[in-house]
Design a protein around this ligand. Structure first.
Ligand code: HAM
Length: 429
């Protein structure tokens, strides 16, 4: 029978890699606590409409990438492709506008997008997500960008490029869309100079043409009008305040007028953080302001800003930069035993050691003492507890210090406290 494999675009995170994931999530949790974000655990599937209305019908995510199915009750549900829409849904549904504003939320978990898998791009991928809901202040945009940069700083990741732009608002964006369309149609090659995808984007979502990786589309839009020049007074002022604030905190950020995001809810600030280690999927983080998302999913206006970062991409960057996250914890104490009878005695000692908070393990396979000692040494145990025939008969255990091979005998009843002392002394060496 053919062996069943994991679906394309998914990944088993195991062993040493899962330690790196735990480390990343741990650092995010620390930063969240220091910056005052509260953790939210939200559903992995939502009503499809949340995403089609929230993210936008004309986006690649909604048009082509969602895992949507009809459940047994006949409802259309979708595995979340991102968290922001869910966070806003939860804010509105749980009436969080009654709490002191803004509400700062973070969370992490798997997201699902039917994309073409490649390095750093998966169909199930994990994000850490940070959102500040209920504030129009540019200071919150700065705080969000600072939050993301602090995570990478604490992780020891360097050489990132932070790109920022303003994508305007529904007041000023239509004029820019027209200007961009006018520029493309009036260019020497006209619409014919665009790739097929961008020709489709021309009517529905022309801003995305600026984001196309195709060299011809890039050349065509090289000298296209800049969004910044079309911003209304309010968006211009907001952008100025954000860039000034970022300069004040010493953030090294470049303005990139071509930066547009793949999700339609953005207004004003949009930003991305790129890492060279990632290859073509080079964004380790993306975010921005989304002042109209709440209205598009049926709520009142809730100006908000946030970002998400892909955990797989953070880990690739950590590895690419050779960041050391410390050694894997090893069992401090290993019990070796000589006989069937000793096995039972070992199990009870192991139970006591673990109950006292010591990291301990034992051999359960009845191997020879010599083999067990060898294994204890290669497992990196600090101390070995020996329960042989003699120890069993005399109600004692042997404690061997693996650093110098010294062995002494203590009474079985004192074994736990003796090992605690041994480990304390060892820690002071
Ligand atoms: P996004 O740019 O679509 O934004 O995704 C954010 C990050 O998730 C990316 O920069 C990347 O690190 C990671 N990512 C996205 N797609 C994949 C994939 N297929 N495989 C691996 N990693 C991926 C959002 O999702 C917004 N919700 C961010 C946000 C929060 N904006 C405001 N608040």
């Amino acid at each position: 029978m053919e062996m069943i494999k994991a679906p394309r675009g998914t990944k088993d995170v195991l062993g040493d890699e899962s330690r790196k994931w735990a480390h990343v999530i741990g650092v995010c949790r620390e930063v969240a606590e220091d910056f005052g974000y509260k953790e939210a655990m939200l559903p992995i599937f939502e009503h499809t409409e949340l995403f089609s209305r929230g993210i936008g019908d004309a986006t690649d995510v909604v048009e082509k990438e969602m895992y949507t199915f009809t459940d047994r009750g006949g409802r259309s549900v979708t595995l979340r492709p991102e968290m922001t829409a869910s966070v806003m849904r939860s804010y509105l549904e749980r009436d969080m506008s009654r709490l002191p504003q803004p509400v700062k939320v973070w969370g992490y978990g798997p997201m699902f997008r039917y994309e073409r898998p490649q390095k750093g791009r998966y169909r199930q991928f994990w994000q850490v997500d940070f959102e500040i809901l209920g504030s129009p202040s540019p200071l919150r945009d700065i705080e969000v960008i600072d939050t993301s940069m602090e995570i990478y700083r604490r992780l020891g990741i360097n050489n990132l490029s932070v790109l920022i732009n303003s994508v305007g608002c529904p007041k000023c964006r239509p004029a820019y869309r027209d200007a961009l369309r006018g520029f493309i149609s009036g260019s020497a090659s006209g619409l014919g100079g665009l790739c097929e995808t961008c020709r489709e984007r021309f009517e529905r979502n022309p801003l995305r043409i600026l984001d196309c990786k195709n060299p011809e589309c890039k050349t065509l839009t090289d000298s296209s009008p800049s969004m910044i020049d079309s911003l209304c007074g309010e968006c211009r002022e907001h952008f100025g305040a954000v860039t000034r604030g970022l300069a004040a905190i010493g953030a090294s950020v470049s303005v990139d007028n071509r930066l547009v995001r793949g999700l339609d809810y953005y207004t004003k600030t949009a930003y991305e953080i790129l890492a060279g280690e990632l290859g073509s999927q080079n964004a380790v983080c993306g975010g921005g302001r989304y002042d109209n998302l709440a209205e598009s999913i049926g709520g009142p206006r809730v100006p908000s800003v946030g970002f998400a970062s892909g955990i797989e991409r953070i880990v690739i960057t950590l590895e690419g930069q050779g960041v050391n996250i410390g050694e894997e914890p090893k069992p401090r104490v290993l019990i070796v035993n000589a006989s069937e009878e000793a096995l039972i005695s070992s199990v009870s000692l192991l139970h006591e050691l673990r109950g006292a908070g010591l990291s301990a393990d034992m051999d359960c396979a009845g191997r020879s003492l010599k083999v067990q000692m060898k294994r204890a040494s290669s497992a990196g145990a600090r101390f070995v507890c020996v329960i042989g025939e003699d120890e069993l008969a005399s109600g004692t255990v042997g404690i061997k210090d693996m650093s110098d091979g010294e062995q002494r005998t203590v009474s079985r009843n004192d074994a736990v406290s003796a090992l605690q002392t041994c480990l304390l002394d060892w820690g002071k060496r």
